[in-house]
Design a protein around this ligand. Sequence first.
Ligand SMILES: [Zn+2]
Length: 418
Amino acid sequence: MMRIFSSVPVFMILTAVVGLFGAAVWLNAQSAPSISTIIPTEVIPTDDPQAWQRILREGFGSNSTPLPTIALPQETFAPPTLVPSDSNQVPIGPAQTGNDQRPTLNPASTPTLANPSTLIASNAIPVVTEQFVTRPPSEWQPPALVPPVSRDPLGRDHYWLARPVDSSARNFEIYDYPYGSDGPPQQTPWRIHHGIDMPNPIGQTVRSAGSGVVLWAGPDFQNTFSYGNVVFIQHDFGYRGQPIYTLYAHLSAVLVTQGSIVNIDDPIGLIGNTGRVSGPHVHFEVRVGGDRYGDTYNPVLWMVPYVGHGTIAGLVTNARGTPLQDQTITIRDRRNGLVVRSTTSYIYLDNASDVNSDPLWQENFASGDIPVGRYEVITTIDGLRVSRIVDVIEGVTSFVELTPLEAATAQPEATTVP
Ligand SMILES: [Zn+2]
């Protein structure tokens, strides 16, 4: 009897507790969304645009920290002025002619320490400031592939070097003064080109094409006045067990010293017109196996192509297989018949300082930065039109052989191109 009597209130209390708890949970869940909408605001909206200034002026009270004073800009923003590209297209090329103007080489000499005082060019504009954007964005080049690139199935390609100038500037070669040529046909012959030229305004950044150590930074590189201020880098990678060097000439200022360790794309100098030039540009060379003037190779076969672009290289010979020099080669787009490039084959002077063919490609002409597509490569040999069809693939060298025999048999459809 006692057990039943005492269990009734306990049961009622438990029921009440559970019921209240459930009600509290339910109410809490139901009321939560509405709470945010009933927070009273004491801020009265005002249309007075000066209200915040008045608050700042009058302050928040005697104990408040004084607000810092900020000078507001008084002038409207003006975008940076871009230099029209045409103003920079100064014809580049040495004013001199003949072999007597070729760089004087002293085979016994080795690079010596550059005087630190030559860090800034003495014969150029006194103050050279670095420029980052010098061409309208519409004229910027595509981004280059990331070196090293070697996609040739037979391993012949060695696009291991970056471009020495940014894509916002002119970082491609002057096409009518390619490696191994003596300049435009109508001009008095220039010095046989041992590099490629990229004209740009003075002050444009020049960057290391690869990692390595600076062997020279200043004028009189290998007793060559015509190069002006030079940065010469030996890279920390080699080609078939041989050293690779890059050279950057005519700089208005050099930003490194001899012995500096540089990485790829490091700023090493500024575009200038020191030495023997007719306009500001960087003369870019690749030397392999040796550091001399006669150790250069075509930079177009070492510098990474742009995204979506490749290189056409080839060997043009007569019917007996003898390489033809200074031979004009035209590259025509098969889709629309338009000529996209004209170049010339290497000229040899039969001395120790001649330009070189790649040890694997054995080319005597090469032209880079050709958009991916199908092209006809054309020349005229002994009055006979010789042409080959070639496909350009991204990041790859497409090789063609141009001989009179091939023209007569292999490519009859070429004559149907508009
Ligand atoms: Zn040059």
